[in-house]
Design a protein around this ligand. Structure first.
Ligand SMILES: *Cc1c(COP(=O)(O)O)cnc(C)c1O
Length: 444
């Protein structure tokens, strides 16, 4: 879709969902597994920038980016061109049979722009969960140890191992066990809910004590942590938490894995969210969502000696680093490299934090505004308490959806609204969407 063909402002022309979407949804319910959910069952026909257009002609401002995937914007011109060119040239060989260059180009760019001034390697996969699975494989192979530590409120995927790593039973895990063994859940730094004044160092000491006593440092292959938790509700750990954990991991021969699947790739205003914590130097990064403008591809990037510890043939998969998806990733990464993209995330942070901060002052149902860059959330409480208020979230989300603004909820207590707009969203479009949100808040 070219920008010229249609004005991209928010526009609602039918009930939501509209008649065509309702018809399609009835068909879907007959044909598609009901285990696959639908947050807003409007059927999207096309999209550009930060606007989704449904089959009834309704236009939604997208503040979710398909959960932080189309960070570069829907149908980004360079991504579309790269995909079109690559799809006509080569769609598959299997990189482990006969290689091709876009795969190597993605690895080179990720090795260059992930934090850490040491020799790195990368390997490519299809999904975030698959990247997390492979980071654990690398860590176990390198250390010869089996145990893994993860954090309360964390989310890592829907495969058997990554379900074991998730915090929240519903909806991710319930009824799908038993799960992979060797995974230990450790207390997170959650400043809004931790004891008042608890520092990052103190929260890290709490987590380290747990790992030492309950697991034993010498049994741990890896600590896997989201530097900003995504599904958990954009929980930003207190300063010093990540650094202290990293220092302890290094001293004990434990591989430190930053799961940057949601927070990485320019989303927070830096290439990776780990850049924000001075002295935090993860050994491995898992990368997916925002990397390829919607094409399915993921990566593990990190220390060469860890990444090279597997025998050849131990790492791979039929579609991992597919040429078309890799070409899209190169198109995204080159735009970030060229400059201006990180600044867009910071522009969005300033609009979101000032508008949401003003709403917090006005509506006591908002307990906290937090996050970085274009990854900002509001946590809802019963006014005057810290008690989670998921009912208020449901009401506001519904208001937004009915009025053409796509927002997502999040959080262990389902009491968070998260904002993950495409970075190309204009100030005007963002303010318009926030006006809708504010009207929804005034209504509850
Ligand atoms: C989404 C997500 C995953 C899983 O990615 P999929 O591509 O859905 O498998 C893993 N970790 C984090 C932090 C995520 O946000």
């Amino acid at each position: 879709m070219s920008e010229q063909t249609v004005a991209l402002e928010r526009k609602i022309v039918t009930a939501i969902p509209g008649p065509k979407s309702q018809e399609l949804h009835a068909k879907r319910l007959k044909e598609v597994s009901h285990g696959v959910g639908a947050a807003l069952p409007v059927y999207i026909d096309r999209a550009h920038g930060a606007t989704l257009i449904d089959v009834d002609g309704n236009q939604f401002t997208d503040l979710g980016s398909g959960i932080g995937v189309v960070t570069i914007g829907h149908t980004n011109d360079a991504v579309v061109a790269a995909v079109q060119e690559q799809v006509a040239k080569l769609t598959h060989t299997l990189f482990t049979v006969t290689p091709y260059t876009p795969y190597v180009d993605v690895c080179e760019l990720l090795n260059k722009y992930t934090p850490g001034n040491f020799e790195k390697r990368s390997a490519l996969f299809n999904s975030g969960a698959e990247a997390v699975e492979n980071a654990v494989k690398f860590a176990r192979k390198f250390t010869g140890r089996g145990e893994i530590a993860v954090f309360d409120h964390g989310y890592h995927g829907r495969t058997n191992l990554t379900m074991a790593m998730n915090f929240k039973a519903m909806p991710y895990n319930s009824g799908f066990g038993p799960f992979a063994p060797g995974v230990h859940h450790v207390p997170m730094s959650y400043p809004f809910r931790d004891p008042e004044g608890m520092t990052g160092e103190q929260a890290a000491a709490r987590a380290i004590t747990y790992m030492e006593k309950r697991v034993g440092a010498s049994n741990l292959a890896a600590i896997v942590i989201e530097p900003i938790q995504g599904e958990g509700g954009f929980i930003v750990p207190a300063p010093g938490f990540l650094r202290t954990l990293g220092i302890w991991a290094k001293a004990n021969g434990i591989v430190m894995v930053a799961d940057e699947v949601q927070a990485g790739i320019a989303r927070t205003g830096k290439w990776f969210a780990s850049h924000y914590e001075e002295g935090f130097e993860p050994d491995l990064f898992t990368i997916a969502k925002g990397i390829a403008g919607g094409m399915p591809i993921s990566a593990v990037t990190g220390r060469a000696e860890i990444m090279d510890s597997s025998h050849a043939g131990g790492i791979g998969g039929t579609y991992g680093g597919n040429p078309v998806a890799a070409a899209a990733a190169v198109a995204v990464l080159k735009q970030i490299e060229a400059g201006g993209v990180l600044e867009q995330a910071m522009r969005i942070e300033s609009v979101l934090t000032s508008r949401l901060g003003a709403m917090k002052a006005k509506f006591p149902v908002i307990g906290e505004v937090r996050g970085r860059g274009a990854m900002i959330a509001i946590e809802f409480v019963e006014p005057g308490t810290h008690n989670p208020n998921s009912g208020a979230v449901d009401a506001v989300v519904k208001h937004c959806h009915q009025n053409g603004v796509l927002v997502l909820n999040a959080g262990t207590y389902a009491n968070v609204i998260r904002f993950l707009p495409p970075l190309v969203i204009s100030d005007e479009q963002l303010h318009d969407a926030l006006d809708v949100l504010e009207a929804g808040l005034a209504n509850i």
